[in-house]
Design a protein around this ligand. Sequence first.
Ligand code: PA5
Length: 439
Amino acid sequence: MENRVTFDYSKAMQFIGENEITSIKAIAETAKNILVEKSGAGNDFLGWIDLPDNYDREELKRIQAAGDRIAESSDVLIVIGIGGSYLGAKAALDFLRSPYYNSTDSRRKGRPEIYFLGNSFSGEEIADVLGLCEGKRVSVNVISKSGTTTEPAIAFRFVREYMESRYSAEELKHRIFATTDRKKGALLTLAKQNGYETFVIPDDIGGRFSVLTAVGLLPLAAAGCDVRKMLDGAKAEKEKLFADPKNNPAYRYAVARTHMLNSGKGVEILVSYDPYLRSFIEWWKQLFGESEGKDGKGIYPSGCIFSTDLHSLGQYIQDGRRVLFETVLEQEEPCGELKVPTDAADADGLNYLAGMTMPEITAKAELGTKLAHAEGGTDSLIVNFDRKDEFTFGALCYFFFIACAASAYMLGVNPFNQPGVEAYKRKMFELLGKPGYQK
Ligand code: PA5
């Protein structure tokens, strides 16, 4: 069996003793049972657990076919969605390709540029992206489970107007794809009225657990990613995690971070030394923040790219309020093996590094940082994965899904609702004068 994702807390042993882990294991055991028996709060949103086994095969074929058609007919794909309806696809695109995907032919390999809209109220961004579309063939994937979220709905109105100015109603049936609820919502109604092809977000999978559904898979298929391998990776991770519950690394991670919280470390920084994981960290922040942060509880999820952020937040992490711990995403297989060139003049004094690869330098920076942060009282948990491919991406997502649900159950909160997100919407709707929301 593949062993793509592992967890190591040995570097944090000054904070977590084996005794503490043992004592908290009982709570983890309960959380695990709740998850396996599907008996906890929000248990009608556990569809992601068995998704890698029982995903809709026909829909996957449609996703792959639509992805290929988009690639053939389009230079640009605009993906409209917010929160769980875009963060996973963006994370995977940067992880599997590059944040420079849109500007590097070699990473794109003839596939369309992909722009994300509808994740803010920025009119500037909408105008800029539509400006980038001029003279290019465009397709659109609008994604919203509820079908009524304001940010993507507004963006889609602008984008639809733009598309209608360029293409006939008949052609738009082949250029606009809607990913939404199977039965209800304004987006579904709009799609049916206009004949757009639709893809389903299953009823029992919430937004932030939906990256392995059409939500993530259609944009990624358009980008040429092997989306079936993502599901295979999640399936392998599922088998591994459930085969040996006692040593399940996702539960161990959940236990370790819960222990950190109980010892006053209320902020977790997910760290990567790879800037191409920045969007993955954003995806993870939403997963944990929206799942755990309720009823006055939860760890505040934050993220850093090192060494970039060592030159901004490093001071605080080393020396500020001692409320932080780090979880470091470590990649086994190095990428970008550039070697530091020799320079006969050595005016910059760097010849002591000549011949070293960038991953070798990164490894030293990482070890040095871990040691320094431990001395300063900020210790590290480690989540290790082997390489940046589709299989591993699926495995990593599944690992964090399980860890997140178990962590929330250990805290005693429902991982699958987000009542707090409604608060800003109510106030905003009052101010905007949305019917039904006036004071
Ligand atoms: O995780 C969630 O459920 C949320 O972040 C949603 O994904 C987000 O609010 C977007 O919702 P919708 O897909 O209904 O537009």
